[in-house]
Every structure is written in C-alpha cells, then in structure tokens.
Design a protein around this ligand. Sequence first.
Ligand SMILES: Nc1ncnc2c1ncn2[C@@H]1O[C@H](COP(=O)(O)OP(=O)(O)O)[C@@H](O)[C@H]1O
Ligand SMILES: [Mg+2]
Length: 370
Amino acid sequence: MLGENPFAYQGPVAPDRLIDRRVELDGLQRAAANRVAIRLVGPRRFGKTSVLDAHLAAMRAVGHRAVRVDLSKVGTVSDVAARVTAAYAGLTRDPVGAVARWAGRLGVEIGVGPAKVVLGPAARQVTADDARAALLELLEAPATLHARDADLTVVCFDEFQDLLVADGGLDGLVRSVIQHHGRAASYVYAGSEPSMMRALFTDRERPFYGQARPLALPTLPIAEAVEDLERLLRDAGLEPGDAVPRILAFTDGHPQRTMLLAHHLYERLDAGSSAGDLAAEALADAMAETADAHQATWDGFSRLERIIAIGLADGLPPTSERLAAEHRVARSTLQTALARMLDAEQHVVRDDDRRVHLLDPLLREWLRRR
Ligand SMILES: Nc1ncnc2c1ncn2[C@@H]1O[C@H](COP(=O)(O)OP(=O)(O)O)[C@@H](O)[C@H]1O
Ligand SMILES: [Mg+2]
C-alpha cells in the first residue's frame, strides 16, 4: 500500500503535525498579547520555522494579521526589501501603498496566496540606497494598517541573523522603524545561529540590545514523541514493534533527526518489512542519506575540532588528560577549542546537566562508525 509518509523532515511541519511545543506556543501568544518581542533561538532543524508557523496560525485563528518574513540567505538589501514586500503583500487583500509600489520595482508578484519573489533584471537595478529607502517605508506597514483598523499584526522574522549578511547596519534601520509600533505590532525574531543571535541581542553596542526576551527551543519530549509517532504508524495500519522508542533513545529527541528516522521506519514498514531490526534499518537508511553532509562537516573541522568530535563520539570527556596525551596536545589547548565550539553551538552543546555532547546524533554515529 502506498500511503503518504506522515513524517516530513525537510522544511517546516504543518501546525497540526507538531509534536508538543505547547509551552513555547503559549509563551509566544502571551508575548504577542502584551506586545513583548521574543527571540526564538535554537540550532538548525530544531523546529523554529514550524513553531513560527503554528504561532501564526493561532494568531490568525483569533483574527489577527500574522506574517512570517523569511530572511534566509538574503544576500543584498534588495533581497531583504523583496522578502519584506512578499510577506506584507499577503497581509491584506488591499496591500498598503508602499508594498504595492515596491512590489513592482522589486519583482514581487502579488496575487492570490503568498506572494512570489522573482528577482528580475529590474530588481537587480534597485540600488542599495533605494532598497534601504524601500525598507523604511515597507516596515511601516503594520502601523499603517493599525491606523486603519486598530488591529494587531504579528510579524515573525525568520533567520533574522541573515539580515546582517546583506548589510551589517540593517538591524539599526529595522529597529529605527519598528520601535515606534507600540500596540500596532508584535515581533518575533527567530534565528539559527545562536552566537550571531546573541551578538545581535546581547551586545550593548547593537540596536537590538535587550530588545527581545529569549525563548529557547529544546529537544522534543521523548515519551510524547514516542506516543505521537506510534499513533501515526498504527493509524496507517503499520506495527512498529519496539522501533519507535529505540529511535528516540538514539536521537534523544533531536526534532529533525527523529522525524528523519521515523520517515525511513515508515518506508520500511510500508514496503512490508516486519522481520529484522527495523530501528537499525531506519538508521542505516538515514546514515546513507546524510553521509555526504557529515563528510562535509568533518572536512570543515580543524584538527582540534576533530579530536574533540571523535572524543565525544567515543564517549570520552573532550578535555581529559587521556585525550590530550593520546593526541599530544595541551589540555588547555583542547579546552580553548571546546569553548569555541560550545560558543558557536553548531555542533557541540552543553545540556541541562552540564554534559557536553554532539548536537547531531547522526554525526555522532558517523564518527563512531569511522
Ligand atoms: N515539534 C516538532 N514535531 C515534529 N517534527 C518536528 C518538530 N520540530 C521540528 N520537527 C522536524 O524538524 C524539521 C525541521 O523543522 P524546521 O521548523 O524547518 O526547523 P528550523 O526552522 O529550526 O530549521 C521538520 O521538517 C520536522 O521533521
Ligand atoms: Mg527554519
């Protein structure tokens, strides 16, 4: 039987497919009601965009305007202006003047449904100065709309840190406009690079210093994830045995890795596999799919980072005497390298009980199987 695999692992998941996240969504809703800005911080693939989409859906359900501005991989100020235009074009049937005007120049197609960005030759001719002027006008949309109907607009900037790629001073421009929005808008800033997000919001020199309350996105609760995944499998007429708890024990609740393994488990079961070690088979499929990415990560590591990653994968304290002696490096050198990796929060993190570990269980497994 070829049913649709219910476990999506690329891009955001639909709000009704979200495992847990009630506390986070509740926090976002309260903050919106109080017009408290939030910065939603978490590593890549932890479900930030999914949570934003669920928040937007909840806000729309109670009658507010709500929009996600996707800033991922913006390269120029024109890109930023185009993304803001595309997002704000969807806010009302009758976009505010600035949005309609800039849509034409920036190559944003306004129609039914979410606006499309097609940066054509005309858009490429918009200078950075013009694009900055456009942003100043565009970002006013929530205030203009509020003046019309006194209603709230919820604005979520996704991959907010990428703003600085386009122009290192754009946070100042954005802040200069939105600081006057008062009751008109409620802002959420989500970002994947914790260290960059920290710099944006906790560096006294920066315009957004202290401007948003942090909200962290943890791993998924294991028991609830097991229950949800098993229910979806049984609803599809599939019997997973003990594979789901074993998958969760392996991923330790890493959101995307859990769904990736669940996806492959579903494929195996749907193809009629029932004997054998299903969890191990799903893991093998996931390893095959991600091996290139792990190799690229490994290639990008320095020697010290490799020593630390291997140590962690083998279950050794990454700054132990033993590891230092084995590789003939000073312990203090390893400590400095580890501190840098922890600060970046890309590959190595410290959990609540102060234990240091590799963020990605599949990278850990790839290293173990070296
Ligand atoms: N709460 C959740 N429930 C189920 N799956 C989730 C959840 N959060 C994240 N995921 C999984 O992680 C993947 C990436 O989610 P996404 O929202 O795009 O993460 P981010 O924006 O942090 O990179 C999704 O495709 C899904 O497989
Ligand atoms: Mg995302």
